[in-house]
Design a protein around this ligand. Structure first.
Ligand code: SF4
Length: 281
């Protein structure tokens, strides 16, 4: 058996879409945030942003309860905006096309090995079952309460690539006999509450997975190299610094400021205490 060098063992990370995105944006930011675990963001968010974030999180909890089979009564939803989102969701039955044998697994996490690290994702809703030909399928759903995003941009986002790759590599864990699921049987639907009539569904394929997985492996190797050399370069693209809480550490205060784009569904509980940082304030 091949033994991993100590620095790999000591620096085994659980990589989420947010960590990958941060690593690609700026390796120094990644180091400050996830290795040195400095607080993020350094300053409180504007009250309006906080409120929208909270409403988004409340909406996700609501849908989780719904897909767990719990009854939701409108009167118990205190926030008017969340109540309106719930009514919009109810009038757009996204899952009616799925086979009768489909099983609904809300807020489900999946972890698979990636080199010397782990890759982790938590899905708003995972639906699994067998199609008419008896082949296993997996359909992910992701709820978005923020600004709608174009299909082309969604397809290239790390959230999409990571989720599809996770299921292709580790989706068999959801079947009792460990049936292999082919990438062609995996899809991901984004539903934006602001554009409820036009959900975006993205499919997958063996060829796309080979490319996607290869790039993820390369990124893991880059990360190992950064640990081995303890080299975490500052990004050359100063636009990333505008929404970064660490400008003072880098002397990049001249970059200006912007409120970081926040996702109501950022995972707060990655199962590895060493890596836990508050993803959201
Ligand atoms: S301020 Fe810029 S260079 Fe410094 S950590 Fe943030 S993104 Fe990287």
């Amino acid at each position: 058996m091949t033994r991993l060098p100590n620095y790999f063992m000591n620096n085994r990370l659980t990589l989420s879409q947010y960590k990958l995105t941060n690593f690609l944006a700026c390796q120094r930011r990644f180091q400050l945030r996830y290795v040195r675990r400095l607080p993020w963001p350094a300053n409180p968010l504007p009250a309006r942003t906080e409120q929208l974030l909270q409403q988004g999180q409340d909406f996700h909890r609501l849908l989780e309860r719904h897909f767990l089979g719990l009854k939701i009564s409108l009167e118990t939803i205190e926030d008017g905006r969340v109540r309106q989102w719930w009514q919009t969701f109810q009038s757009h039955n996204l899952v009616q096309q799925l086979p009768n044998n489909a099983r609904f697994l809300p807020e489900t996490g999946l972890t698979v090995p990636l080199g010397s690290h782990l890759l982790y994702g938590r899905f708003d809703l995972l639906v699994i079952g067998e199609d008419d030909a008896g082949r296993p399928f997996a359909h992910l759903f992701d709820w978005k309460t923020g600004r709608p995003i174009e299909a082309g941009e969604l397809k290239n986002r790390w959230q999409t690539r990571l989720y599809l790759a996770l299921l292709a590599e580790g989706g068999n864990a959801f079947w009792p006999q460990g049936e292999q699921i082919s990438p062609e049987q995996i899809r991901l639907t984004y539903w934006f509450v602001q554009e409820p009539d036009t959900p975006v569904t993205i499919g997958y394929s063996a060829a796309a997975h080979a490319t996607n997985w290869g790039e993820l492996q390369q990124m893991a190797a880059q990360l190992d190299e950064a640990f081995a050399k303890d080299a975490w370069p500052l990004t050359e693209d100063w636009s990333h610094c505008r929404e970064c809480a660490y400008q003072n550490y880098c002397g990049r205060q001249g970059a200006g400021t912007a409120i970081p784009e926040l996702d109501e569904a950022e995972e707060p509980d990655i199962p590895n205490g060493r890596l836990l940082t508050p993803e959201l304030p």
